[in-house]
Design a protein around this ligand. Sequence first.
Ligand SMILES: CCOC(=O)CCc1ccc(S(N)(=O)=O)cc1
Ligand SMILES: [Zn+2]
Length: 261
Amino acid sequence: TGHHWGYGKEDGPSAWHRQYPVAKGNRQSPIDIIPDEARRDSSLGPIFLKYDRCTSLNISNNGHSVVVEFNDSDDRSVIQGGPLDNPYRLKQFHFHWGEKGCEGSEHTVAGVGYASELHLVHWNAVKYKTFEEAATAPDGLAVLGIFLEVGDDHRWLHMITDALYMVKFKGSSTDFKGFNPKCLLPSNLHYWTYLGSLTTPPLHESVIWIVLKEPIVVSDKQLGMFRLLQFSGEEDGRRMRMENNFRPPQPLKERLVRSSN
Ligand SMILES: CCOC(=O)CCc1ccc(S(N)(=O)=O)cc1
Ligand SMILES: [Zn+2]
């Protein structure tokens, strides 16, 4: 129905405010993280990712990114600790990337972007009954952001890139069982955290962001596989390579970024 949002010149991030006025809100994401201006907060404990019993379900192309969904019907896979008052259930993860190695992440660090950014999306099932309800609440979601930088092959990312040919077109989905995203984590979980939003429409200001300081390393060949995906559906006349599906940094406004030790 109607004209949908995208990442092109006409329907991209600079146009989203027309249909989603919150795009100009006071807690929008992503942001440029300036490490020297982040406040070290000794009350910020470590985060815990309890993913050992996670159940991945499928991998799909939603026309904006490639998404792996999980069974979130109970607390089998949660993130907790750090800035979070409750455990948040893992619902899905997805990526944002560019067309060249230099940019593609959503958050930047002192003005420098990475080639890609992985988002692990969790919701507060203690306070809210559904993801949809949590997605509109100020403390409803917790998204763990992990930067990807280009270097050697990532030894486990092939599990995802090998499946991408099955979800080339918008609206395609396929089974994706037995994948544990723990294999995509860097060696240490030091992080920055701040209150923000979804980085795509509906841009709800419902996300507690936890951005890891240490990137993971993937090869340009592996990243190139993501660019074989299409924004467009199989029947759509025009081929639209899926790349540059990232929103640029938004004004920090009155926010504080805190840093774990
Ligand atoms: C209520 C429906 O809302 C949704 O489906 C939002 C899905 C959605 C989840 C996470 C993100 S991100 N890039 O900020 O991690 C964006 C959009
Ligand atoms: Zn995202």
